[in-house]
Design a protein around this ligand. Structure first.
Ligand code: SD4
Length: 331
């Protein structure tokens, strides 16, 4: 976003005036940190998320455009998908594990590097909100299973059956063969990982999923693991992942991408390197999908994936776009 658009934006008549001194106070000696000069080259406020979850980015944008902070934006953005029963990869309506239980993984990270996560959470739609209160109300980072569920009830969340008729019918069909074979680009959407920069230039991220369909009971993926499925460093940028979580965990993918940006790589180049590291560990195996998205402090974005078909949704002052991702394996 150019300076003129930034100032034109929104509520920003005043927010721009407030923001500029904050930007000016940031360290200008380090190229990866936001300088006053650089601050208007990128785009912010901005929100991006994995896949074409346009309703989610629209919700997050609503928060950002009203002057809200990036933490609220990412939480409320991904909640849209958690509540959508037609989305069978996130929240309510998600596909169950091989025993028929819907178990959710989610995490959230704020501008201070605070983070919270829930793993193997059952019967609660908004796993990301439970993750947020783990971050804000406990001395811990991760709560699992029954403990996480109990904590959620104590904090006013209500018990819900997350297994919809549709997901149940599909699971019963799957049980006939019980063959575990993750499908590449299921329905062209999957786990939602979201990154946002607010009007103050502060970055937050969230990631939430029902995990791989028909996984082993008790399996936890990358999505709630800070550094794997999501990482945010407010001085540098953020990254988040979708795809076969085991592969992302093995390379601590999102942390790696943020560190590569710290070393000077663009979000695009950092995502490419993240995927290449995974492929280097899988010389004989290419039958899985991983997609990374990243954003730096300037609001520049990038993405890369293993197989064609991945894209990310972006909402800025210039509107919403679905950005196709380049892939390691060419179309
Ligand atoms: C997981 N990364 O549980 C998640 C699921 C996902 O594409 O993104 N699937 O491994």
């Amino acid at each position: 976003m150019k300076r003129r658009n930034f100032l034109k934006n929104s509520t920003i008549g005043t927010a721009g005036l407030i923001t500029t001194p904050i930007l000016a106070s940031l360290n200008v000696d380090q190229p990866n940190k936001l300088s006053t000069e650089q601050s208007f080259d990128g785009q912010f406020p901005i929100v991006i998320c994995t896949w074409n979850f346009t309703n989610a980015t629209a919700k997050a944008w609503e928060v950002l455009n009203a002057g809200g902070n990036s933490l609220d934006a990412v939480e409320q953005g991904v909640m849209v998908e958690e509540a959508d029963v037609d989305n069978q990869t996130v929240g309510k309506g998600g596909r169950p594990d091989r025993d028929g239980y819907v178990t959710l993984d989610a995490c959230i990270m704020d501008k201070y590097g605070n983070c919270g996560a829930v793993v193997y959470l059952q019967n609660i739609t908004h796993a990301v909100s439970v993750a947020r209160i783990v971050m804000e109300k406990t001395p811990h980072v991760i709560l699992a299973g029954k403990g996480a569920e109990q904590f959620a009830y104590e904090n006013g969340f209500k018990k819900e059956d997350l297994l919809t008729e549709k997901s149940k019918a599909e699971w019963m069909e799957w049980k006939k063969t019980s063959q575990y074979k993750p499908v590449i680009n299921i329905e062209n959407h999957d786990t939602i990982g979201m990154l946002a920069i607010d009007q103050n230039g502060d970055i937050s991220g969230a990631c939430t999923t029902s995990g791989m369909a028909y996984k082993y009971g008790g399996r936890v993926g990358d999505s709630p693991i800070i550094g794997a499925g999501l990482f945010v460093d407010n001085e540098i940028g953020g990254a988040t992942a979708t795809g076969v979580g085991e592969e992302v965990v093995r390379t601590v993918g999102s942390f790696l991408i943020v560190e590569l940006m710290r070393q000077g790589k663009s979000p695009q180049k950092a995502c490419e390197e993240g995927v290449k590291r995974i492929m280097a560990k899988n010389k004989d195996r290419k039958d899985f999908q991983i997609g990374f998205i990243a954003i730096n402090k300037k609001g520049e974005t990038g993405s890369y994936c293993v197989h064609p078909g991945f894209s990310y949704s972006m909402f800025t002052n210039e509107g919403q776009v679905n950005q196709p991702s380049e892939s390691y394996i060419k179309p």
